[in-house]
Design a protein around this ligand. Sequence first.
Ligand code: HAM
Length: 413
Amino acid sequence: MSGRIQAPRGTYDVLGEQALAREALERHARAILERAGYARIETPAFEATELFARGVGESTDVVQKQMYTFEGGESESITLRPEGTAPVCRAYVEHGMHKLPQPVKLWYLGSFFRRERPQKGRFRQFWQLGLEAIGSDDPAVDAESILLLAEILEAIAVRSRLRISSLGMPANRLRYRERLQQYLRANADRLSEEVVARIDLNPLRAFDSDHRGTQEMMEGAPRLLDELDPEDAEHFAQVRALLDSAGLPYEVDTTLVRGLDYYTRTVFEFTSDDLGAQSGVGGGGRYDGLIEELGGPPTAGIGWAAGVERMLLAGSVAQQAPPPVDLFVAYAQPGLREAAFRLAADARRAGHAARLELAGRSLKGQLTQANRAGARYVAILREDGTSLRDMETGEQQEVDADTIIHHIARVPL
Ligand code: HAM
């Protein structure tokens, strides 16, 4: 076998400016989330398959079609995480976080895996920034978490629209579901085959269909938002009032359904017109039954996740220039390589950004490199002495090699 091996379809390498942009995004997000009291959590890249089957829901596309599932040893089935909410809730239960002051506020940034058809903004390994606030059903937690995502998107110049809705609690949803199923069955001849096939399993997804006839039919379908229990309607009204008082514009979208089964009450999505077909930048909602589903005590929770690739595609992050090079160590004769190596290492240990010639260039080539790297000082080691050139002024002086670090110490460390 020969030939080049390429990265798998739907994956990519992060290089150069992209890496800087990601770092900048992470800096903004961390500052905004930690100011609001969120602490970082990282969970494993793979989990027991059952976590997603139970947590995300057997009827979802994610579980039915998109998971990378394999034998993980000890005849255990494991799955590369397709999303972060079920894993964070698993960790909440596993570490007894219900004993901490509630809500427990956690944020994460990591890669996730879904076997989807790759296209612009859609990958098989993608990154999500996400947060989960677990242990309170106060509408203020809903509103606060939505505001935080809005603030992050604004910080990285993503122009987005926010849609929100409420799905009510499961009993309410069940009643509505039956009504919707009746409606869909009565109009089955106008609906797509896929929607008809899912009437029993997941009728709400009919609102998501891109089939023309289905879309027309769904305009007249009963809306869950019109049939909420009074408590859920009141909860939603409070979330809206809080968003209003914070001055965050949104649109109530009665057709908003999310692709994961755990949602209850508030759901929301930020979309951007700058993204093309995959316009969802981030989304989330409440999942007040999920912790219990995973074997924990009855516990409310809410969160969201936003796609890093999509945020970077739709936004523009001011990148920080790489740190300036304080010292470039050049040497005139090969025999001085060790001394040069030591000097560069000492300078770095003293807190300076120091570089060393590593490709066997001539002295002239080394000086060109130093210039290209924007080095402030260049130390030139020769057998008959050492000189230090100030690249800003062009001045060059003979110095004792041992004093170079002292010479370049411009700022107190
Ligand atoms: P989700 O809507 O499935 O929600 O994903 C959130 C975001 O991840 C999407 O809005 C999108 O930006 C990004 N995303 C999803 N799939 C891909 C893909 N294949 N390629 C690139 N980006 C993608 C969740 O995952 C929930 N866990 C959110 C949540 C947290 N709900 C409550 N807490």
